[in-house]
Design a protein around this ligand. Structure first.
Ligand code: NAD
Ligand code: WQD
Length: 349
């Protein structure tokens, strides 16, 4: 089987999805998107198309759980493979609303699988999460580390992985490449595309960016008493451009072997929250104000990838570091202080 040429991107208006659209268009793919804009904006596609110099094939405003609407998309387009990003991703929101997280993340994935199955589409790249490792412990986490989800968001991603693995065991014609992303961060180097969630960001880098641009007085550092070198939590941040490069490379490997194959995507290096504050301060040229507060419920001390398996399997490794992530995030934030909505009100990027 040859590499797919038409790719359905679920959640293609979101942070990773929008960068993935650019990556796919840049590499000659036809791109179809479904998204309900619950955490994004349709304005992003003008930017995607401006960067890529090509049009997205079609964009559908639909809920991933709406199996009939999804089926109509597969009726209209011959889809070769799916990149599945649509879902909810906030740890604190998942503690407040666990049912919604299972509904969207698990229900959305089974609805997608149903529509794929009905239309003979058997190739999926699933964007999973390092959060499935949860309380697994410190040190680099290989794909063989048993999952220990610490909150409903992580449990919903782990449940999806188990469903996908079971489908692959029972239906040998399926290939699922499950990419456990660590912490994607940064922005497209053009400054046109970045992370612009609805409401106040829960994730560290977009919040830090909004502090740096003056939208919030200071960053709250959640927890200064973790068993880490400076007491703040450690994560493995991966440039969003590396993240989507790996997803695009995954498409080339869908034909390698059927079944489910799981890979970590990370730098393999941990950075603390204070490391991130220091690097962002360098990027924006002034100290970013912060205060250390209580730990955030659901957070774990450290999540760092053993990122060697994807290198062994595909010869893929990231090429950008934390300084690149902070520089590109800051460029986007400076050019779009109010995000995409700001530009709609007349601020040109
Ligand atoms: P995002 O919120 O920016 O993008 C998700 C997109 O899905 C949004 O555009 C949103 O509107 C859309 N969406 C949500 N619910 C939907 C629904 N019911 N129907 C249709 N569309 C819906 O998040 P992101 O950071 O781009 O993450 C994308 C995927 O990658 C998620 O599945 C997430 O679990 C996974 N992931 C993200 C990270 C991260 O830190 N950003 C890390 C690991 C894995
Ligand atoms: C990073 C660190 C916070 C905001 C989750 C998922 C993971 C991945 C990324 C999707 C933590 C601290 C944050 C703030 C802070 N996503 N922080 N002040 O929680 O590591 O990971 O999103 O799958 O899988 O679990 O990401 O960016 O929210 O937080 O101190 O205002 O920054 O406590 O230690 P997290 P994050």
């Amino acid at each position: 089987m040859s590499a797919p040429s038409t790719v359905l991107v679920t959640g293609g208006a979101g942070f990773i999805g929008s960068h993935a659209c650019v990556e796919l268009l840049d590499h000659g793919y036809e791109v179809i998107v479904v998204d309900n804009y619950s955490n994004s904006s349709s304005q992003v596609f003008a930017r995607v198309e401006r960067i890529a110099g090509r049009f997205v094939g079609a964009v559908y405003d639909l809920d991933i759980r709406d199996r009939h609407a999804l089926s109509a998309v597969f009726d209209r387009h011959t889809v070769d493979a799916v990149l599945h990003f649509a879902g909810l991703k906030s740890v604190p929101a998942s503690l407040r609303a666990p049912v919604a997280y299972y509904d969207v993340n698990v229900g959305g994935t089974t609805a997608l699988l149903g529509a794929m199955h009905e239309h003979g589409v058997r190739q999926l790249v699933y964007s999973s999460s390092c959060s499935v490792y949860g309380e697994a412990g410190s040190g680099p986490l290989s794909e063989a580390t048993p999952a220990r989800p610490a909150h409903p968001y992580a449990a919903s991603k782990w449940t999806c992985e188990q469903i996908l693995a079971d489908v692959c065991r029972r239906c040998p014609e399926y290939t699922v490449l499950c990419l456990r992303c660590f912490n994607p961060a940064g922005a497209h180097p053009s400054g046109l595309l970045g992370e612009d969630p609805q409401g106040t960001p829960d994730n560290l880098m977009p919040y830090l960016a909004q502090v740096a641009v003056g939208r919030h007085p200071r960053l709250k550092v959640f927890g200064g008493d973790y068993p880490t070198r400076d007491g703040t939590a450690v994560r493995d941040y991966l440039h969003v451009m590396d993240t989507v490069d790996a997803h695009r490379v995954a498409l080339d490997h869908l034909a390698d072997a059927p079944g489910m194959h799981v890979f970590n995507l990370g730098l393999g290096r941990g950075s603390s929250v204070l490391d991130m504050v220091a690097e962002y301060s360098r990027a924006c040229g002034r100290p970013v104000p912060y205060e250390v507060t209580a730990r955030r419920p659901g957070d774990v001390a450290e999540l760092v990838a053993d990122a060697s398996a994807v290198d062994r399997a595909w010869g893929w490794r990231p090429t950008r570091d934390l300084a690149d992530m902070c520089r590109d995030s800051w460029r986007f934030q400076q050019l779009n202080p109010l995000g995409y909505a700001g530009s709609a009100r007349g601020q040109k990027p």
